[in-house]
Design a protein around this ligand. Structure first.
Ligand code: PBG
Length: 331
């Protein structure tokens, strides 16, 4: 790294003096094409139900989803990611609704691919929205079982691929799921479907508002520490990324985002593959809450936080701010 000469040969403030000079030497670039927009789905018609712990976010019924997707596409956002708030009757011990062709997510995929084919549709692969226990995997005798869960996730993945999903997002952190899903996609002729693996997903308290949004908070028994990662572990994150890439992931994700930018940077440097971070519900909630109280300038912290992902080396970011930030970027 170049060592700057001593003062006054170097006066770094020279290049900060005017907006034009600052623009010339600006490094990272943020555009609407960097965003993946996570959206919550709900049953019913004409529904737009606000999520209390995520000001500005609402759950949309399937008849409203194409409108949202069209708006995102018009703003230059390339992808939308779907999360279902399922009815209580859809939550069972066997999680069978997860691979039902007509479940909430699969109906929404069809609707978007029919009406707004240009936007990429990403899904979530994990059993929690369909699980009576609120866990991402099947629970047998108090244990979250791995291999049986992977079989269920494969069925879930195939149903989403058949509905037309472009990007599958396994977020469950079971071992062996990427390989099993990739093999099944190949066998069933879905050779073009991409996998964006939640490769380094940490057991985080920042998911709290999300669990409200999908109605999993009340159901969840215990925590997810036997499958999601220990926040202390950076080296392990690299091993998880290596494994998921070897098993057939096209892209990888680090999650949460802001508290884990060091991990995102290490992943990008070590592997050079498309690397995404998820600015999760709790990150969104804390910025929005502070802004609503007048403690932070909401627009500025939104843009600063999103730029930080680009500076860290991310190719993109999943963010609930996507439409608002895209609108600002588009002027
Ligand atoms: C489900 C899933 C979670 C999130 C995305 N997929 C929650 C969890 O693992 O408990 C969190 C997203 C967010 O907090 O915004 N497996």
């Amino acid at each position: 790294m170049f060592t700057p000469p001593p003062f006054p040969a170097a006066r770094p403030r020279r290049l900060r003096r005017t907006p034009a000079l600052r623009a010339m030497v600006s490094e990272a670039v943020l555009t609407p094409a960097d965003f993946i927009w996570p959206v919550f789905l709900t049953e019913g018609e004409g529904m737009e139900t606000p999520v209390a712990s995520m000001p500005g976010v609402a759950r949309l019924s399937v008849d409203r989803i194409a409108g949202a997707a069209a708006e995102a596409a018009a703003l230059g956002i390339p992808a939308i990611c779907l999360f279902p708030y399922t009815s209580l009757t859809a939550r069972t011990e066997d999680c069978a609704m997860a691979w039902d062709r007509d479940n909430l997510t699969n109906r929404a995929i069809c609707e978007i691919k029919d009406k707004v084919p240009e936007i990429a549709v990403m899904t979530d692969i994990a059993l929690d929205p369909y699980n009576a226990d609120g866990h991402d995997g099947l629970v047998r005798g108090g244990e979250i079982v791995n291999d049986e869960t992977v079989e269920a996730l494969v069925k879930m993945a195939l149903a989403q691929a058949e509905a037309g999903a472009d990007i599958l997002g396994p977020s469950d952190m079971m071992d062996g799921r990427i390989g099993a899903i990739r093999q099944a996609l190949e066998a069933e002729g879905h050779t073009h479907v991409t996998i964006l693996s939640y490769a380094a997903k940490f057991a985080s308290a920042f998911y709290g508002p999300f669990r409200d949004a999908v109605g999993a908070s009340a159901a969840l028994k215990g925590d997810k520490k036997t499958y999601q990662m220990d926040p202390a572990n950076g080296d392990e994150a690299l091993r998880m990324v290596a494994r998921d890439l070897a098993e057939g992931a096209d892209m990888v994700m680090v999650k949460p985002g802001m508290p884990y930018l060091d991990v995102a940077r290490r992943v990008k440097e070590a592997f050079g593959v498309p690397t995404f971070a998820y600015q999760v519900s709790g990150e969104y909630a804390m910025l929005q809450a502070a802004a609503q109280n007048g403690w932070l300038d909401g627009e500025r912290v939104m843009m600063e936080s999103l730029m930080a992902f680009k500076r860290a080396g991310c190719d993109g970011v999943l963010t609930y701010f996507a439409p608002a930030a895209a609108r600002l970027l588009n002027g």
